[in-house]
Write a protein that binds this ligand. Structure first.
Ligand code: PLP
Length: 400
């Protein structure tokens, strides 16, 4: 039999490289190899108990049937409450759509907002999914490069240069995956002004808003002007803040017509996000918040340790991130060097050789459109971080 003839559309996207490397590391582990995993894209903590018990209660109560496609009123109300408390944003139920994770929310936004040929501006290094989703719906991702020396925040002139009459939206991820870049209020105000001047929509991915360091307090761009309030789609979820990646609950807040369109799409595709997980998310958003601070403090300690340790390795420079749980060191000084006679030409070679020889898994920067870097996730224990740094030092010392 010949191979199936798949749609052109599915040929437009690549599988997530992040997930690919994690799988390879898991495979090595299953063979008994001790692998240090710096590739994780999720918190290493368990979901807090109060949230787990809320889910159990939900099952026992019998909340095990379909809910409205765009989420339950109770969870929408919890989101409204949380956005008011945290960001001072005033939404109504009709401004909220609950999806199967923030990734699903982004996919649905792209599906209901972007036509073939529409352009979406994505600052790079970027979370790969943004580009994949835009391509999948036939839109054109327009990549605007940022620089390490500017803290990986795009320059307003560079953003403006990328705007054409086809530009429909810009995506801002603050704090950012993979760089940990954080935007100041002034930088966000400038972006809001630029969006208004050219009448473009803003997608604000705020999934890391609670994982912030050195006193940095993110503001939502949606609060920074009347235009931004109307034309920003705020995307968030419970995956990162509450260590709930497997529960699959994300949400979008914004214009009610966009929200209605997203709910309509869900009604004909996924139907509702899991009823039980929605109840658990209510507890996450409205219940005690002390676990959030506990995890944040642990991330901050690890961040401080790892940035210092990396910068002490000759040849590596590492920007100090003020948010998320990744560092994005520049490893390009090793390009042209060899290990076991084989040359390291790019970030993929670096990541592959490091995994093969020292059993450290991390993600090559090319996966985020930045080949001079690698992404190290510190969503793992201090002990594993120390071990990984030792192995990385070993690796670098073996390069000729
Ligand atoms: C993890 C992540 C998300 C979404 O995660 P979900 O589990 O789908 O809610 C969104 N944006 C970025 C940048 C992320 O890293």
């Amino acid at each position: 039999m010949s191979k199936p003839k798949l749609s052109k559309r599915i040929g437009l996207i690549q599988p997530s490289l992040t997930i690919g490397i994690s799988a390879k590391a898991k495979e090595l582990r299953s063979q008994g190899v001790s692998v240090t995993n710096f590739a994780a894209g999720e918190p290493d903590f368990d979901t807090p108990d109060n949230i787990k018990y809320a889910a159990i209660k939900s099952i026992v109560k019998g909340n095990t049937k379909y809910t409205p496609a765009g989420g339950t009123n109770e969870l929408k109300d919890a989101v409204v409450e949380k956005e008011k408390r945290k960001n001072g944003l005033k939404y109504k139920r009709e401004n909220v759509c609950i999806s199967v994770g923030a990734k699903h929310a982004l996919f649905n936004i792209a599906s209901v907002m972007l036509d073939e040929g529409d352009e979406i501006i994505i600052p790079s290094p970027y979370w790969v999914t943004y580009e994949a989703i835009a391509s999948y719906v036939g839109a054109k991702p327009v990549i605007v490069k940022t620089e390490e020396k500017n803290g990986f925040v795009p320059k307003i002139e560079e953003l403006e240069k990328a705007i054409t009459e086809k530009t429909k939206m810009i995506i801002i991820n603050n704090p950012s995956n993979p760089t940990g870049a954080t935007y100041s209020e002034d930088e966000l105000k400038e972006i809001a002004k630029l969006a208004e001047k050219h009448d473009i929509w803003i997608i604000s991915d705020e999934i890391y808003e609670d994982i912030v360091f050195d006193g940095y307090k993110p503001v939502s761009i949606a609060t920074l002007s009347d235009y931004a309030r109307e034309r920003t789609l705020v995307v968030n979820g419970v995956s990162k803040t509450y260590s709930m990646t497997g529960w699959r609950i994300g949400y979008t807040c914004g214009d009610r017509d966009v929200i209605a369109a997203m709910s309509k799409l869900q009604s004909q595709s996924t139907t509702n996000p899991t009823s039980i997980a929605q109840d658990a998310a209510i507890e996450a958003l409205l219940g005690p918040q002390d676990s959030v601070e506990r995890m944040r403090v642990a991330f901050e300690q690890r961040r401080t340790y790892i940035v210092k340790a990396l910068n002490e390795i000759e040849g590596i420079t590492c920007h100090n991130p003020k948010g998320a749980f990744y560092v994005f060191p520049n490893i390009s000084a090793f390009f042209g060097r060899k290990i076991n006679g084989e040359e390291i030409k790019n970030s993929m070679d670096f990541a592959t050789k490091l995994l093969e020889t020292e059993h450290v898994a991390l993600v090559p920067g090319i996966a985020f459109g930045a080949d001079e870097f690698v992404r190290i996730s510190f969503a793992t224990s201090m002990k594993e971080i120390e071990e990984g740094i030792e192995r990385l030092k070993q690796f670098v010392s073996k390069l000729s």
